[in-house]
Design a protein around this ligand. Structure first.
Ligand SMILES: C[S@@+](CC[C@H](N)C(=O)[O-])C[C@H]1O[C@@H](n2cnc3c(N)ncnc32)[C@H](O)[C@@H]1O
Length: 170
């Protein structure tokens, strides 16, 4: 899993800290090659993934800014390194909020150019966990540029941070 800082270990850490109920329904927004989706399913979650350009047949093609799923469809939404590159990070957070049931959780790791906690709170979430991963993000960004595999495309120059947050819909 090279498409976000921290790889599979980070995905597992997000899930561990979120303490999702057994068999919870989870949507991966920006699921890419479906790696997190496979991991979620192997752990017994009822998982779906959506991406504009799916790189696996397991992932549905679609825009996570307008998913088309009814309100309150999921117990959790997971997204790694995808909301910012959509060009409407706060719109993606709002769509995640709409899709969650009461008590549902957003597990988000992403690049931020504004205050990440404010962004979640403005959408209605209670922030229950926040971790600054900027150091790891810098290493990942440089390595990605070095490999020239363009996974960081769409990230403008400037002082960004990388955060992992868990927001709850109360
Ligand atoms: C850096 S990749 C991360 C992929 C995956 N989350 C991972 O960590 O391996 C970002 C993904 O977000 C997707 N994406 C960007 N904007 C999107 C949108 N509006 N709707 C759906 N997917 C989008 C891209 O197609 C890409 O697959």
């Amino acid at each position: 899993m090279r498409s976000h800082p921290g790889g599979k270990e980070h995905t597992l850490r997000m899930l561990e800290l979120a303490e999702l109920p057994e068999g919870a329904s989870v949507l991966d927004m920006g699921a890419g090659a479906g790696e997190a989706l496979k991991l979620l399913r192997s752990m017994g979650f009822e998982a779906e993934g959506i991406d504009l350009k799916p790189r696996s047949t397991l992932v549905r093609r679609g825009d996570f800014l307008h998913t088309g799923f009814p309100d309150e469809s999921f117990n959790a939404v997971l997204s790694q390194c995808a909301f910012f590159v959509s060009g409407d990070q706060s719109g993606a957070v709002r769509e995640a909020y709409r899709l969650l049931r009461k008590g549902g959780k957003l597990l988000l790791s992403d690049v931020f150019f504004t205050d990440p906690q404010d962004m979640l709170r403005n959408a209605g979430f209670t922030v229950i966990y926040s971790e600054d991963m900027t150091g790891l993000w810098r290493e990942y960004y440089l390595e990605t540029l070095w490999r020239d595999d363009a996974l960081c495309c769409g990230i403008p120059k400037g002082k960004s941070s990388y955060h992992f947050l868990i927001g709850r819909k109360d």
